[in-house]
Design a protein. Structure first.
Length: 118
């Protein structure tokens, strides 16, 4: 038999602890489990509030939002240009009253929209 770093080989299957460092590893794992349980509980408790808010097509905030995220929009929707026309539907998706998304569509008729930006 030989010993190295807290482990020792035995005649039976596997490795067995010799005792050095055993307690610190157990406590570390207990702390990690408690941290995970805490965050899982926080996730389950979260009451997020979602709201869809229609925005006037000439809104200054909408223009600022589009300018601010222009590079991101261009990478996802190449060639997108916003033209505030009469038949445009513009909606902000809010998460806890903070914009989480933007939906822009052209109204073709009462039952049909043509998606321009999501």
């Amino acid at each position: 038999m030989w010993s190295d770093g807290g482990f020792r080989a035995t005649n039976g299957p596997g490795w067995h602890w010799t005792g050095s460092g055993q307690l610190s590893i157990v406590w570390t794992n207990v702390v990690i489990v408690l941290i995970h349980l805490h965050f899982l509980r926080e996730i389950r408790r979260a009451n997020e509030y979602f709201k869809v808010l229609e925005v006037r097509r000439e809104s200054n905030y909408l223009r600022y939002f589009l300018n601010h995220f222009a590079e991101d929009i261009e990478s996802a929707w190449p060639g997108f240009e916003y033209h505030p026309e009469e038949d445009i539907l513009t909606l902000f998706i809010l998460r806890d009253l903070v914009p989480a998304g933007l939906f822009i569509a052209k109204v073709l008729d009462a039952d049909t929209l043509e998606l321009e930006l999501e």
